[in-house]
Design a protein around this ligand. Sequence first.
Ligand code: SME
Length: 137
Amino acid sequence: ANTHSSRDEKLKNICQLLQDHIEYYNWVGFYFRNGDKEELVLGPYVGAETDHTVIPFGKGICGQVAVSNQNFVVPDVKAQDNYIACSLTVKSEIVVPLFVNGVNIGQIDIDSHVLDPFTAADERFLEFVNQEVAQLF
Ligand code: SME
């Protein structure tokens, strides 16, 4: 029973660490599939509060990754039509799915105030982070 809160604490610490150490990671959070529903719910995060605590599959960058099982790098959010704006200061975004035993259970989502900051190195790094995170499940 304590595993859940301690897992959430660990996830929040990971968010905080990433935001503290990578200057262009301005909002860092996890979304998780809500049981059998085709929607994501916001988990631990750091950064500006967001109204988007529930995101239907297919909606926005997050909802698209829930369906595609692929990383989604958005160099410029203004160029996306299926995008959910959380804050006007956000210029770019990266979402990397989180797999547990091959199943996409959620994702790490990072927003940046910088235009086009994310490279393949961010993708590899966040895939690694998610592999570590998967072991908490
Ligand atoms: N921009 C995301 C919504 C989540 S906020 O970035 C925290 C999207 O388009 O799915």
